[in-house]
Design a protein around this ligand. Structure first.
Ligand code: ATP
Ligand code: MG
Length: 271
C-alpha cells in the first residue's frame, strides 16, 4: 500500500494560539503515500488544531506553528498560506459538515472546483467523479443544501473536497452525529477513494472502532502530544485503547476518558 517517502511528515511541531496559548508540543506523525492514518484523542486533545496546522487554516484563527516543521511531498508547508497549500493538493474537511446552506448541492460542489481554478471541462469531469462515488448527490444535485439530510450534507462536504482533486484529504470527525448505516456508507466511499483514486487520508475520529477498522495505522494524542502509535491491529489489542476508546466510545457516544478512574491508574503510558 505505501511505498517510499511519506506524503506528509510532521516533525516535532509546536502550535500556539494568540502567541501565548500552547496547544501542541513535540508532535510528530507521518502519513505514508497512498495510506490512511487515523488520529485519535479525547475532546480538546488538539486533533482539529493539528489538521488546521497542516492545511494552513490555523492562520485564520490567530494560530501558528511556532517550532518544528511540516513537509508535504518533501516540501516545507508550515509557513505557507492556506491557498497555496490547497493548490499543492491538500484539502481539509472541517468538523461539523459546513455546507453553503442557500446553495444547491451542485453549487456547493462547484465551490470546491473554484479553489483549484478549474476550467469548465475539468469541472464537468470532477463533478462526474463525485457523482460516481456519491450517486445520492447526483439525485439531490438541484436541491438546496440546507434542506438535505445530515448524511447527505456530510457527503456534500466530502464531495466538495474531492472537487479539488486532492492528493491528501484531512477528514475531521466525518461520523459525528450520523446514523451507523450512513457512517458505514461514507467510510466505504472513503476507503474506495483511497484505493481507487490513490488519495492519502489523515482521519480524525471520535469513533475509534471505526477509525481502526479502516486505517491500518493510528496515533493517539492527549494534551497536544502523541502518547501512543501503532498498527491498528496492535492498538485494538491494547488494554488502554480497549478501555478508553473501544469499550466506551461505541457508535454515537463520546465519553471523556478523564472520567475513567482506570485511566488515571494507567496514566503511566503517557510519557
Ligand atoms: N481558536 C482558538 N483559540 C484559542 N484556543 C483554541 C482555539 N481553538 C482551539 N483551541 C484550544 O486548543 C485545544 C485543542 O483544541 P482542538 O479543537 O484542536 O481539539 P480537538 O482534539 O479537535 O477536540 P474535539 O474532539 O473536541 O474536536 C483546546 O484546549 C481548545 O480550547
Ligand atoms: Mg476537533
Amino acid at each position: 500500500m505505501s511505498t517510499g517517502e511519506p506524503i506528509l511528515k510532521i516533525n516535532n511541531i509546536e502550535v500556539k494560539y494568540h502567541e501565548v496559548i500552547l496547544v501542541i508540543k513535540g508532535f510528530s506523525i507521518e502519513v505514508p503515500n497512498g495510506g490512511i492514518v487515523a488520529l485519535l484523542g479525547a475532546n480538546g486533545a488538539g486533533k482539529s488544531t493539528t489538521l488546521k496546522a497542516i492545511s494552513g487554516l490555523l492562520n485564520h484563527e490567530d494560530g501558528k506553528v511556532t517550532d518544528g516543521s511540516i513537509e508535504f511531498m518533501g516540501v516545507r508547508i508550515d509557513r505557507m498560506k492556506a491557498e497555496k497549500i490547497a493548490k499543492m493538493g491538500i484539502v481539509q474537511v472541517i468538523e461539523g459538515r459546513k455546507v453553503f446552506e442557500h446553495l444547491t448541492v451542485e453549487e456547493n460542489l462547484k465551490v470546491g472546483a473554484h479553489m483549484r481554478k478549474k476550467n469548465g471541462r475539468d469541472i464537468k469531469d470532477s463533478l462526474e467523479m463525485v457523482y460516481h462515488y456519491f450517486p445520492r448527490l447526483r439525485e439531490k444535485r438541484t436541491e438546496t443544501a440546507g434542506f438535505i439530510s445530515g448524511g447527505e450534507q456530510q457527503m456534500t462536504v466530502v464531495g466538495r473536497a474531492l472537487m479539488t482533486t486532492p492528493k491528501l484529504i484531512l477528514l475531521d470527525e466525518p461520523s459525528m452525529g450520523l446514523a451507523p448505516l450512513l457512517i458505514h456508507e461514507i467510510f466505504d466511499i472513503v476507503t474506495r477513494l483511497n484505493k481507487e483514486e490513490n488519495i492519502s487520508i489523515l482521519l480524525v475520529e471520535q469513533n475509534a472502532k471505526l477509525a481502526l477498522s479502516i486505517a491500518p495505522y493510528a496515533y493517539v494524542m492527549e494534551n497536544g502530544r502523541v502518547v501512543m502509535d501503532d498498527t491498528s491491529e496492535k492498538l485494538r489489542e491494547n488494554p488502554d485503547i480497549k478501555d478508553f476508546y473501544l469499550g466506551l466510545t461505541d457508535v454515537g457516544g463520546r465519553k471523556n476518558f478523564r472520567d475513567v478512574k482506570h485511566y488515571k491508574r494507567r496514566k503511566r503510558w503517557i510519557t
